[in-house]
Write a protein that binds this ligand. Structure first.
Ligand code: HSE
Length: 412
């Protein structure tokens, strides 16, 4: 029998407890061991809940109990999670976590400690919730050189963009619904500003290249500027808009970005709706592979956590190597990345504004609004971000142009 402790009895923690009870027989069979919870750490008490007899309030009870072989950290946030996880590993206990902030910031360090102790630090649930993606990158795709990872890595924003597109609603309305449904937090910034997706793509890229990518260096733009007017154009063009977290690796180096992107229906990510996530991975031998499923939520996330517990039980005294060293890799400046953009402008003189666009951008891909006579949009050719931004600045100086209303990356 292997005894484990769960740190945190919130949404994911209670999900882990539930999955362990619900699927006890099959989980034990898969692990070839009985897996039983001995402690659940939480500041609160749960007098009405069966879990109460396992609740402890002091982490040291868990740390100093030699019977505990695996610690499940599902508290979230960097501290005290980092301190607890580090102490657990140093005390010879494997750790399983769903905490993307912790993994993005300290993943390489904690993996090193686990390796030195010949135990494991596993974090499948930190990216894509229930979708297997860490283990495939670390085990199934190791024959490949990965040259691109693009994902819809945040369920809340995907739900919001889907609802805006399907129901013609504005940003504030869908944010409220997302909050009422419990997808978005009262302070929704981690999701809507793209920070959550940024940490997740940093984790995937770090594993794909085996080096540390600092998430702070990744260009990150959320969905807060996306309006109903933008979505109307997207619908009119028979396209889709998604918050994409992308990383590409080529001879020039590595770049990564989180931003809304307008994509065509032939892109498989355009079909990923509501709270679902998907990750498209491109390898030089395998070609394209896509992973799809529920990227958030109590039970899907708990499913990935418990599967890691099973793996940790199967490898109790043997480290599962993950190639992610602390050596930092600087990513390329976004300014040099080639892109096409959808640009919406309002004008004082329509013909002159069209000519200014054609002269400056060399494009005749112009889309007229069905709803507003005082604006139109155009699609630029593929050029570097810097060249496009310089041209936008020149366009703003034309007297025939009133305002640049929005710019959104475009992959036709
Ligand atoms: N807030 C995240 C999401 C939860 O919406 O995808 C999973 O990390």
């Amino acid at each position: 029998m292997v005894k484990i402790a769960i740190l945190g009895y919130g949404t994911v923690g209670s999900g882990v407890w539930e999955v362990l009870q619900k699927n006890q027989t099959s989980i034990d069979r898969n692990a070839d061991e009985q897996i039983r919870v001995k402690y659940v750490l939480d500041l609160r008490d749960f007098p009405e809940d069966e879990v109460q007899k396992y609740i402890v309030h002091d982490f040291d009870t868990i740390l100093n109990d030699d019977e505990i072989k695996i610690v499940v950290e599902v508290m979230g946030g960097v501290e005290p999670a980092y301190t607890f996880v580090k102490k657990a590993l140093l005390n010879g206990k494997s750790v399983v976590t769903s905490n993307k902030e912790l993994v993005a910031k300290y993943g390489a360090k904690l993996l090193k400690t686990a390796k030195e102790k010949n135990i494991n630090f596993l974090f499948e649930a930190s990216v894509g919730g229930g979708i297997p993606i860490i283990r495939p990158l670390n085990q199934s795709l190791t024959a490949d050189e990965i040259y691109e990872i693009t994902g819809i890595l945040n369920g809340t924003t995907n739900y919001m963009l889907t609802k805006m597109s399907k129901e013609g609603l504005d940003y504030d309305e869908v944010l409220k619904t997302a909050q009422d449904k419990g997808y978005a937090e009262r302070n929704p910034s981690a999701d809507v500003e793209g920070f959550d997706a940024c940490r997740k793509i940093a984790i995937l890229l770090s594993i794909a290249i085996g080096k540390q990518i600092d998430y702070e260096s990744i260009y990150t733009e959320g969905i807060t500027n996306i309006t109903k007017a933008d979505i109307d154009y997207v619908t009119q063009m028979s396209m889709s808009i998604k918050l994409l977290a992308s990383a590409k690796i080529d001879n020039n180096g590595v770049w990564a970005r989180v931003s809304p992107v307008i994509i065509g229906y032939e892109n498989p990510l355009s079909m990923v709706n509501d709270v679902f996530n998907a990750i498209l991975v491109k390898g030089n031998v395998i070609g394209d592979v896509m992973f799809y499923g529920k990227g958030a939520g109590k039970l899907p996330t708990a499913s990935a956590v418990v599967a890691d517990v099973v793996d940790a039980v199967k490898h109790l005294n043997r480290n599962i190597m993950t190639a992610w060293s602390s050596e930092k890799l600087d990513i390329l400046d976004i300014d040099g990345v080639e892109v096409s953009k959808f640009i919406r402008i309002s004008y004082t003189d329509k013909e002159k504004a069209i000519n200014a666009v054609k002269n400056l951008f060399g494009t005749d891909k112009i889309v007229f609004s069905k709803n507003n006579d005082y604006e139109f949009a155009f699609i630029t050719n593929v050029e570097t971000e810097k060249i496009i931004n310089d041209k936008i600045n020149q366009l703003i100086n034309e007297t025939c142009v009133s305002e640049v209303l929005n710019t959104i990356r475009f992959e036709g």
